[in-house]
Design a protein around this ligand. Structure first.
Ligand SMILES: Nc1ncnc2c1ncn2[C@@H]1O[C@H](COP(=O)(O)OP(=O)(O)OP(=O)(O)O)[C@@H](O)[C@H]1O
Ligand SMILES: [Mg+2]
Length: 272
């Protein structure tokens, strides 16, 4: 379990607090979605969670251990992080090497590394990219490669900062299906503008101007129009369609089941 208590943060020399008294709990194997408009502090918060920056004040507990300078490495051993801008994180020039590099530091046999890379890249639809130069692929493909290179490490928690921002619809679905398939084994923290991806979350955190405006189950957040308006967020089209057709109370049940297949079934029933 991950526990942030009264976390505040200022960038160097910055006068204003970029994160202001953030407290949140993330349960093991839960799926948290952090949403908020541009500049609300989502990336800054994700960097703190992933250990790439340290909070100015507040406490960070990981599996009930208080994180200090002495055990800071714990974060890296448990949490994988996919940056908003994947190019920043590439360490090599070749796609396959890039996915392999973290694994090669571990104790796995070469043949196991080969199998893990092949399985993950095939499921993500990037097998055809393995021999390519990381600088010659599209932004969306870079996002998938960055994700694959973290995913193969099989850490307990995955923090994904706007992972789909440069992907086309088909690639987005491939990527999303991969996450849904692996959802049960890991804790996911997904940062996104697009509330569609929060429909099946265990918890949604809404940020505004460095603060948490509200956190709760999808039905608490997605059906609260005033909140969405105040946070400058748009309700997903598919959800709006179902609300119009079926009424909020039915949709509330559906959302709280957190079952993507039932939701899609309803959408299909509605469309047919
Ligand atoms: N390195 C930095 N130095 C100083 N200020 C920064 C730095 N990075 C971000 N900021 C400021 O911190 C605030 C929050 O930025 P952050 O990137 O965390 O927001 P965000 O919600 O991820 O935005 P976006 O949706 O655009 O990705 C913004 O006002 C931004 O200008
Ligand atoms: Mg950001």
């Amino acid at each position: 379990m991950l526990n942030l208590e009264n976390i505040s943060f200022k960038y160097n020399k910055g006068k204003s607090l970029i994160l202001d008294d953030i407290s949140l709990k993330i349960e093991d194997r839960s799926f948290t979605v952090i949403v908020g408009s541009n500049g609300s502090g989502k990336t800054t918060l994700s960097r703190i969670i992933a250990g790439s920056i340290k909070p100015t004040s507040g406490r960070y507990l990981l599996d009930n251990e208080l994180i200090t300078s002495d055990n800071y490495h714990l974060i890296n051993s448990k949490i994988g992080y996919v940056f908003q801008n994947p190019e920043e994180t590439f360490l090599t020039s070749n796609v396959e090497e890039e996915i392999a590099i973290g694994l090669e530091f571990g104790s796995k046999e070469k043949v196991d590394i080969y199998n893990i890379i092949n399985k993950t890249s095939s499921e993500l639809g990037i097998s055809n990219l393995l021999s390519r130069n990381v600088n010659d692929i599209s932004g969306g493909q870079m996002q998938k490669v960055a994700f694959a290179s973290q995913m193969v490490l099989d850490k307990e928690v995955m923090v994904l900062d706007e992972p789909f921002s440069m992907l086309d619809v088909k690639s987005k679905h491939e990527y999303w299906n991969f996450i849904m398939k692996n959802k049960v084994d890991k804790t996911y923290i997904l940062i996104t503008h697009d509330l569609t991806f929060s429909l099946f979350a265990s918890n949604i955190i809404v940020m505004k101007e460095g603060k948490i405006l509200k956190q709760g189950k999808p039905s608490d957040i997605l059906l609260d129009r005033e909140l969405l308006l105040s946070a400058n967020l748009l309700i997903p089209q598919s959800l709006q369609m179902l609300i119009d057709k079926k009424g909020i109370s039915k949709i509330k049940n559906l959302l709280n089941k957190g079952d993507e297949s039932k939701y899609l079934e309803e959408i299909e029933n509605y469309e047919s």
